[in-house]
Design a binder for this molecule. Structure first.
Ligand SMILES: NC(=O)c1ccc[n+]([C@@H]2O[C@H](COP(=O)([O-])OP(=O)(O)OC[C@H]3O[C@@H](n4cnc5c(N)ncnc54)[C@H](OP(=O)(O)O)[C@@H]3O)[C@@H](O)[C@H]2O)c1
Length: 257
């Protein structure tokens, strides 16, 4: 299958791609960008009505299905069942995630575990589906993109559970990349800087100053969802020699490390 650098509104391929967390603010933009570039999507999330609504805005043919990452194994099962019934996938994007701002003193293990289950467990479950031959399209490498965060390497207070889950996701990415290279599955992370979405409402709740302090740490200011969609499209289309890497898309946030 021929992949070209995609211009929006120009269908260049009909490869199938799983988008888990398609209802997220970033996921919706990613779905728009990928469908504009001719990809056929399987949109996954908990809110079926919202997924149907998003599907209605996308050009092309797409499927939706309900998955709750509180049971990560159900994601693996859904992807395998869908590939068996409708054909294999050329790529996948994991953008479901939860974030919580809690000082260490009041962080409880249940919240910590929830962030690991959904953020890291979701990524693991997605990757596990791609260990199955029937899930991967033959004849070209498969590209899996995990949405991580600058929190994986840049410290901020009161986000220890989230940061730890995203750092674990990057470690998972590297190990999976080694294990799946023989199967031509490329696994990469995007470490995103802050894009104002419902995910980080917690900062505004703590204090308005917290938001402007974080904005000041982004030399190019806060990002837009399209900045992440650009990177996702690039990682899906590069299909030969990048694997196990983390691409920082963060307006310069991590330059000071
Ligand atoms: N926004 C940022 O600044 C930023 C920065 C760095 C990284 N990221 C990462 O980018 C990804 C998307 O972020 P966003 O800002 O677009 O988030 P968002 O708008 O808050 O959306 C969160 C997504 O996670 C899904 N989700 C939550 N719990 C779930 C569960 N139990 N099972 C299945 N899906 C579940 C939600 O689906 P439902 O509709 O089912 O609730 C929703 O699609 C996250 O992984 C986040 O960590 C975001």
């Amino acid at each position: 299958m021929e992949f070209k650098q995609g211009n929006d509104n120009q269908a260049v391929n009909s490869a199938r791609v799983v988008v888990c967390g398609a209802s997220s603010e970033l996921g919706q933009d990613i779905c728009q960008r990928l469908s504009n570039n001719g990809y056929s999507l399987l949109l996954l999330g908990r809110n079926l009505a919202l997924l149907e609504q998003i599907r209605g805005t996308l050009p092309g043919e797409h499927q939706v299905a309900q998955v709750d990452l509180n049971e990560p194994d159900s994601l693996t099962e859904h992807i395998i069942a869908n590939a068996t019934a409708h054909g294999p996938f050329q790529g996948a994007v994991q953008c479901a995630g939860v974030h919580q701002m809690t000082p260490l003193r009041s962080t409880c293990y249940a919240d910590f575990e929830r962030m690991f289950r959904i953020n890291t467990g979701g990524a693991l479950a997605l990757l596990q589906a791609f260990t199955r031959k029937k899930v991967r399209a033959a004849g070209a490498p498969t590209s899996v993109v995990l949405l991580s965060s600058v929190s994986q390497s840049q410290a901020e207070p009161a986000v220890s559970g989230y940061a730890a889950s995203k750092a674990a996701m990057a470690a998972l990415c590297r190990s999976a990349a080694l294990e799946l290279a023989k199967d031509q599955v490329l696994v990469n992370c995007i470490a995103a800087g802050m894009i104002k979405t419902p995910l980080n409402n917690g900062y505004a709740e703590v204090a308005a100053e917290a938001i402007s302090a974080i904005e000041n740490k982004h030399p190019l200011g806060f990002g837009q969802p399209g900045d992440i969609s650009d990177a996702v499209l690039y990682l899906l289309q590069q299909n030969r020699w990048s694997t196990g890497s983390t691409l920082y898309v963060d307006g310069g946030f991590s330059c000071r490390a």
